[in-house]
Design a protein around this ligand. Sequence first.
Ligand SMILES: *Cc1c(COP(=O)(O)O)cnc(C)c1O
Length: 366
Amino acid sequence: MISYLPLKQITASFEPQITDAVRRVVERGWFLLGEECATFESEYATYIGSRHCVACGNGYDALWLILRAYRQMGVLKDGDEVLVPANTFIASVLAITNNNLVPVFVEPDAATYLVGERELRAAVTPRCKAYMMVHLYGQCAYSDAIGDFCRERGIKIIEDNAQAHGCLYAGERRTGSLGDAAGHSFYPGKNLGSLGDAGAVTTDDDALAEAISSLHNYGSSQKYVHSHVGVNSRMDEIQSAVLRVKLRRLDEDNACRRAIAGRYIAEINNPSVRLPRVDDINAHVFHIFPLMCGERDRLQQHLSSSGIQAQIHYPLPPHKQQCYSQWNSLLFPVAERLSAEELSLPLHPLLTDEEVTEIINAVNCF
Ligand SMILES: *Cc1c(COP(=O)(O)O)cnc(C)c1O
């Protein structure tokens, strides 16, 4: 059986460093807002290439905190519109609607699954004040053309980097340092995953970083002095210590993912399956390897009976969800078709060459 993501084995592959890190925190007896978190923030900021990193509770909170801070700073106000891909994970949209902001869904490109400059221009309205740029599946969604377009119109770029830790744009700058601010998730299954919930904001904006470091800790920058209505969203010392261990292997892990994805792209040749169009394989960290297939459910069953676990990202786009009934009748045919046809193959650094061959053969004989 080839499991989609064997988290137990992946975690074990970081031993004994992970257990050492956890024990170090337990023995120190300091569990929140301590030296592990501060060190992780500075190591991660350096890794991403941002001036600031503020660690927080999870990836959703990171995105929510960015928008919340922009509202506090007067950059955004109630009812402002925020562009967001129609085919993203719902957290990107919840961060918008839970801030009294209005999502403007943007159709993705049918071949790359990303929102490009053309799609953005077709969707933008005069009320759009921000763009939630999602590096979906681990592929960089930034381009200089998009950066210029947003800057000219005063649109803030907020990167949802939950799936793209370590991804490079143009061979040098990392996603998470390309826009005005970025939210990162360290959910266990992500390319950089903790042993629970964790997340972070990166930004070069001093005022934004200061607002978020207060907001995420009860709106307080000095103990028992509360200047703003904040929340509790902190990354604990154990997760910080674990992430410091895993960050050191991230580039190597991403290179493994890229090599496996390269084999999928080169060797899957079943005409009933569409492969993703990847313009620059080095601008992709393959959090997910998405196939498209008109008979997706049958393909998933076929793989399952061959002992291969494949998953769907995501079965229903946000505008079709019950919680967003006001948008259920909107039509985004590309996003809807992608969610009807998408199937994700196993893709993680511990897959062996033989397992990759087995997966390729199983897809090809469908
Ligand atoms: C995982 C994910 C999130 C949310 O991260 P959590 O840590 O689970 O809150 C946000 N956006 C995208 C695109 C994601 O994949």
